[in-house]
Design a protein around this ligand. Structure first.
Ligand SMILES: [Zn+2]
Length: 232
């Protein structure tokens, strides 16, 4: 299969203040910082839909994604992105929709189906699957992994009433078997975090976490980021 050239894809998780986000992963960005980044991206990049072409009018193309499906995506990220007219893809952990996430530091609300459907009505918003239960796919039996991959797709498509084309790997982790299951389930592409870049089913993304202010975002977007990643 011929693969399209890879465009830069950013990965966000939560848009909330540090003190409000209980996950030890620290994958939140404060709302003010998020807006600063969105404003920067809107001026310097051509933000395209995931899987979209590289039509940039001279500016480099880039896509914005979110993993997990926290309620703050609806409350804090969606309004900002829509104000700037930027497309976005939210990858949902399908069995957590309508429920709290249970972190060691406390609970954190997930999106509800009502919020998902409201955002889905917007032409710039897409949804993908981040599996069913947020378990590491590489540690599961083939049957369990397929339930996460194909099962979550079926539920999401039923709830949204349309096709779901993209998958993102929990913790960015995949192997040849999971990649094949994703392909067989009918997805067009799948996204990892750092690893990957080999084909449509192992696309890399640039993870943005709480330490990533505008200065660090610009470093991560530079052509030197992948080669230098290990030391920054
Ligand atoms: Zn995740």
């Amino acid at each position: 299969m011929k693969t399209k050239p890879e465009i830069k894809v950013l990965l966000y998780h939560a848009v909330s203040e540090d003190r409000e986000f209980p996950s030890p992963a620290g994958t939140n960005l404060p709302p003010k910082e998020f807006e600063r980044q969105v404003s920067f991206l809107s001026r310097h990049y051509s933000v395209v839909r995931l899987g979209g072409g590289a039509e940039g009018g001279g500016r480099p193309p880039l896509a914005i994604t979110f993993d997990d499906g926290y309620r703050d995506n609806f409350q804090a990220a969606y309004p900002v992105l829509m104000r700037y007219d930027l497309p976005v893809t939210f990858f949902l952990t399908v069995s957590r929709v309508g429920r709290d996430w249970d972190f060691p530091g406390g609970n954190y609300p997930g999106l509800t189906w009502e919020e998902v459907r409201e955002m889905d009505r917007h032409p710039l918003v897409d949804f993908g699957s981040h599996g069913l239960t947020h378990r590491l796919l590489t540690g599961l039996t083939e049957e369990e992994a397929d339930r996460e991959i194909a099962g979550s797709k079926a539920i999401l498509e039923r709830e949204l009433g349309r096709k779901v084309d993209f998958f993102s790997y929990t913790h960015g982790s995949y192997n040849d078997r999971t990649r094949e299951l994703v392909r067989k389930a009918g997805y067009r592409a799948a996204y990892s975090v750092i690893a990957g870049g080999e084909d449509e089913f192992s696309r890399r993304r640039i993870l943005i976490s709480r330490r990533d202010n505008l200065f660090r975002l610009r470093i991560k977007l530079s052509p030197l980021y992948w080669p230098l990643r290990k030391i920054i």
